[in-house]
Structure formats: structure tokens, C-alpha cells
Design a binder for this molecule. Sequence first.
Ligand code: FUB
Length: 319
Amino acid sequence: MIPNKKYRILFSILLLSTILSAKNPFIRHMYSADPSARVFNDTLYVYPSHDQDTATWFNMNDWHVYSTTDMKTWKDHGVALSLNDLAWAKRFAWAPDCIQKDGKYYFYYPTDKFHIGVAVSDRPYGPFRDPIGKPLLSMDSPGVICNRDFIDPAILIDDDGSAYMFVGQNTVNAIKLNPDMVSYDGKVHIIEGIDKFFEAVWVHKYKGKYYLSYSSVDGKICYAMSDSVFGPYQNEGVILDEVNSGTNHHSIVEYKGEWYLFYHTSDLYYQNNPDVEQVLDWNGLMPFRRSICVDYLKYNADGTIQKVVPTKTGVKKIN
Ligand code: FUB
């Protein structure tokens, strides 16, 4: 009896420590995908899309915001914006992004696989409201090149304060936003030469270089580097291999001295549904329920990025 009791206690401790350290996916009370991570005023916010519990396709209707100050404890701020708040949008509340400018927070989001909207708030977690009553940019705006879905806006604020949006599927379109952040200068730049570009473009800077990362046609997160925002970009390789959710979508951010890769998997869905066979099929058989994860991202001395191996344990708590 004594040894059994000892082993039971030991087993419980092991189980508890596994549960406590099993941090990926780090949002588990609902499904969430396409995480855009941003740091505002010492807090890290994540702006994901929201997969429905009963999804049979990407029928997504609203956007939540999550935040943390220690990379372990996450707060769900609830719905920041919903398609119901937008007079002109009907469907597909997909991958968003958010940026701060002059004390206001600007939330950019795709709808209908066709439009990119903007919404504004005094707070990073909303609620956001549409200040212009129409899309900021659409697939049929002059200069846009898009032969598939016009989705996945991502914003870069450059060192001189200029703001750019990168967006699109199959072709990377880029615009320079006006200082009001709700209009642009009318020109659309096409970023050429990005190897196997599919979707989920993200641009960040590190040591003066521009890094354009994206999901490739074969489902990997790849990246290219440049000395200037509109390129030319040099293709550098893979950051993250294919994941088990069909789609692959990430963001890269520095917080409190570490760099992080946010991405999604369908691990939680498969854990919740152990009888479902894991099938990777870009032609339709996807889980449609994804959950957001985070792991460390490291640079080599020459500025290239080391490949990230997804972990179940995620990242350490910041004290
Ligand atoms: O979440 C809907 C769509 O799936 C996103 O817009 C794409 O990037 C892909 O992750």
C-alpha cells in the first residue's frame, strides 16, 4: 500500500506538472487561428481569428483579443469586432492585424474574401468601430493584383513612422497608409519574386532589415529579406514546416527581450476529438478548428532565422 501511495503521489505530481507546462495551444477555451501578435505599452496582445466550435468551413463571424504580460497567463478580452458591426461586410471574418498610432488602435481585417476594412478604438482590445463606413481597400481597387482571395492584411510601422499594409493571396500587394491610418496614398505596390507565396504575409524589421514571412503554397512558413520595404526581397527559406491544420499562419514579435513565433495548429481539436483521423488535405478535408500556439524564434549571427520546431510546452513564463 505504501509504495502504491508513493507512486500515486509521484504520478499525480508528474501529471500536474505536464498539465501546467503543456502550454501549446495556449488558448484552450475556444478555437482561434491566424494570430497577429503586437506589443503595446508593455503588454503583448494577440489578434486572432475565431473558428467556430461546429465549423465545417471557414465561416467565421467575429474577432476576440487576448493579452498577457508574462507569456503564461492570458486574458480573453471578448469580442472586439463582429461582422454584425459592419454595414458593408457579410461573411468570412478572417485573419486580422492591429497597430497603434498616436494613441489610437487601428484594427485591419478581411471580409468576404474581397475587402479589407479598418476599425478604430481608444483601447487595444476594443471595442472597435468602423470610422469610414466602407472597405479601405478591395480586390477591385485600382492597381490590386489578386487572382484568388483578397485577405490577410498585415501592418508594418517603419522607423520613420510610415505605415504600410501588406495583403493578398498568391500575390503580395502593399500600400502606404496615410497618417490618418484609414486611407492610403492611392498606389498599390506589387512585391515580386517571393518564392511560392500563398497567403499570411507578415513584415517585421530586425537590425535594419525587412523580413517578409508568409505561408507558402506547400503550407510552410517561409521568409525573404530586403534592405527596403517594397523589395527586392531575397528568399531565405523555411521558418516553420507544415502543421496539422491544413492552413499555416503566423506572426513574429519581440517582447521583453525575446523573439516569438505565433502560429496555429489543430492539436486541440484532435485532442478534443480523439476518434477523428488526422488528414492533411488542402482540397477540403481540413479540421477547420485551429488553436494558437507560441514558440521562441532565434536569429543566426548573419540575421537569418533558425527553423522553429513546434513544442507542446511553449515558452517560459516571464517573471
Ligand atoms: O482563417 C481563415 C484563413 O485561413 C486565413 O485568412 C488564412 O490565412 C488561413 O489561415
